[in-house]
Ligand binder design. Sequence first.
Ligand SMILES: [Zn+2]
Length: 59
Amino acid sequence: MAHPKRRQSKTRTRKRRTHDKATAPALTRCPNCGAWHVYHTVCGECGYYRGQIAINIED
Ligand SMILES: [Zn+2]
C-alpha cells in the first residue's frame, strides 16, 4: 500500500485543522406558528413548510 515517507509535523496538522470549525445551524421563525426551526426544513411545531402542511404532527 502507498505509505507516507515522513510523519506530518504537529504544526502542519494543526494548520490544516484551523479550517475544521463547526458552523451554527441557520435558524428562522416559522411564518405559520412563529416557532424557531432550522432553515429549509419542516417546522417541528406545526409541520408547515413553504406555506403548506408537509407533515402531520400528532399529539
Ligand atoms: Zn410552525
